[in-house]
Write a protein that binds this ligand. Structure first.
Ligand code: AMP
Length: 569
């Protein structure tokens, strides 16, 4: 194992890293630092967050810049404000024993005037998010003429966020650039393209496997119905009493609504999404970072670049469409040598997506049963008892009270004391989970499937592609409803969806695919909600016409067999 000295790093930097407790360079540091110290070579580092990337570029940058020259010489571009601040913070720590070197963070959502003032002070290293940097370039408030080193950090995330043009603009506007260092967790073709266009014969280093999720993360999943997603989330949280985690949703509305609902139910959670002001985001992040908030619920864009130490769980309330987004989400846990758990709540219809993620990530994913109410209570109980047993009783003046307590409890057995303590602590849980239902979506047995009297579902055509399209049931699964309303009635899909949800007072989670034709439509709906939908619509009128709605698969006049196959009609 090599040392920072052997890599040729300045002694003042080594003194600082020593103090930070860095004993040996990490794999990416060992491979990147010698290349970057040469100053004239392009470099691609494929590494996940948490591998020590910041020091891999931060230390050599500090080593090679000219502290006497008071103009920007190095530019680090990264996707988010959080990451930007984080990088500056680390560089500040590394340069503790170097005088005359300054680093500044420029990012959106903060006063541009103050950032311009900071830049004018004469800085050598600028760490920036793409949008704000371009703003500064256009205002001619930053001089990139003498930038020699450009670092693109989390390049794949920047492309995911739509910054490709901005990055190219930045690279084109750094005419004195001698070397470009690109760090990325994955290597999509767009990054390959950027590197071909703007880099010369880059030295490429891969730490671990590209597109491979971190091995320190245990990937788990639970299968339930769309309708029980929220309940399942709650149960997962309750089953993990010491959880410190991030829950990911696909939409801002979901993040906000779930956060409000969980808060009402007594959970310690807040939301982070694009509709918040910078001040609100800072407040939420601050609380989460200092652990005064146990759970954060966030959209992907809002959570990008967040680097919080010690996250125990990442929960995918819904799976992302993109495999890479899954990797970024799960990468928030299992960092810096810690173990982490990434849990996905999967709906039967998402199983194929999940299998794809599993294959591409080349990781073993574990299917678990959603804990029963009893499991949750037991877990909470033991957690509490562990806390009780590990309580620190060495400081207080407890001895003074012991005789008094002993007298008070003289006629109460030890077992009864324990029961009473448990009752005080667990009453809420016990009541709530007393008759908790099974939320697992169980696969029907083969016999059960062969025995069914229903006509074949459309998706049966996909059988034989592995088990991703197997039929699942939770005493439910999907029903398909027929309704004699269609596009001729003036509906578009969104207005139709709104109409049937308003009429039935159901939530959109219960719905599956909706096929609209001119005169009729077919709605997939969780079996448990089908009757409520039929009751609410069948027989009512719309624009003077009587609505007819029935189970499309029950063999009525508008039955399934008449439905065109997907892609036809
Ligand atoms: P990064 O990938 O840059 O976000 O770094 C992840 C974490 O690892 C940070 O908390 C760093 O402070 C820490 N770290 C980076 N390099 C080393 C090292 N050589 N030894 C120990 N910890 C390190």
């Amino acid at each position: 194992m090599t040392t920072f000295e052997a890599l040729g790093i300045d002694a003042r930097l080594i003194q600082a890293t020593d103090e930070l407790g860095y004993v040996n360079p990490t794999a990416i540091q060992e491979q990147a630092i010698p290349v970057l110290l040469s100053g004239t070579k392009d470099f691609i580092g494929l590494a996940q967050t948490g591998t020590g990337k910041t020091a891999a570029f931060g230390l050599p940058l500090l080593h090679i810049i000219d502290a006497a020259a008071k103009y920007p010489q190095a530019l680090v571009v990264c996707p988010t404000r959080e990451l930007c601040l984080q990088i500056v913070k680390e560089i500040e720590l590394f340069k503790k024993y170097m005088s005359g070197v300054s680093v500044v963070a420029v990012y959106g959502g903060a006063s541009i005037g103050l950032q311009i003032r900071d830049l004018k002070r004469g800085v050598q290293i600028v760490v920036a998010t793409p949008g704000r940097l371009i703003d500064l370039i256009e205002r001619k408030a930053i001089n990139l003429e003498q930038i020699k080193y450009v670092v693109l950090d989390e390049a794949d995330e920047m492309l995911n966020m739509g910054f490709q043009d901005d990055i190219e603009f930045i690279l084109k506007n750094t005419p004195a650039r001698e070397s470009t260092w690109l760090f990325s967790a994955t290597m999509p073709p767009e990054i390959r393209k950027v590197s071909k266009k703007y880099m010369k014969d880059p030295k490429e280093v891969t730490v671990g496997k590209v597109n491979t999720t971190n091995k320190s993360i245990d990937h788990q999943y639970y299968v339930t119905t769309a309708q029980h997603r929220y309940e399942t989330l709650k149960r997962i949280i309750d089953f993990n009493p010491g959880i410190y985690g991030i829950i990911f949703t696909r939409t801002k509305i979901d993040a906000q609504e779930i956060s409000e609902r969980l808060t009402r139910e007594g959970y310690d959670i807040d939301a982070l999404h694009g509709d918040l002001t910078q001040q609100q985001r800072d407040r939420v992040m601050g609380q989460f970072r200092d652990k005064s908030l146990q759970l954060l619920i966030a959209t992907d864009v809002a959570a990008r670049g967040i680097d919080v130490v010690g996250i125990t769980h990442v929960i995918n309330y819904e799976l992302p469409d993109d495999v890479e987004i899954y990797t970024h989400r799960s990468g928030r846990t299992g960092r810096a040598g810690n173990q982490g758990i990434c849990i996905s709540i999967v709906h039967a219809k998402e199983m194929y997506k999940f299998k794809q993620i599993e294959r591409i990530n080349n990781s073993q994913f574990h299917k678990l049963d959603i804990p029963s109410g009893k499991d949750v209570c037991r877990k909470q109980f033991f957690h509490f008892m562990d806390k009780l047993l590990s309580a620190d009783i060495s400081h207080g003046d407890y001895e003074t009270y012991v005789p008094m307590l002993a007298e008070k409890f003289a006629d109460v057995s030890k077992e009864d004391v324990l029961k009473r303590v448990a009752a005080m602590e667990f009453d809420r849980f016990l009541k709530y989970y007393e008759n908790a239902e099974d939320l697992n979506l169980r696969e029907r047995s083969k016999m059960d499937r062969n025995d069914r009297s229903e006509p074949r579902r459309r998706d049966d055509r996909n059988e034989g592609r592995g088990d991703s399209r197997k039929e699942y049931t939770r005493g439910g699964g999907y029903s398909r409803l027929f309704v004699n309303l269609g596009t001729k009635d003036g509906f578009f899909k969104a207005s139709f969806l709104q109409f049937i949800l308003d009429m039935s007072d159901l939530k959109k989670e219960v719905l599956g695919k909706i096929d609209m034709k001119d005169m009729n439509s077919w709605i997939e709906i969780d079996r448990g909600a089908a009757q409520q939908m039929i009751r609410s619509l069948d027989g009512k009128s719309y624009k003077g016409r009587r609505i007819r709605m029935n189970d499309a698969d029950s063999g009525g006049p508008a039955g399934f067999s008449k439905k065109p196959r997907r892609g036809e009609g």
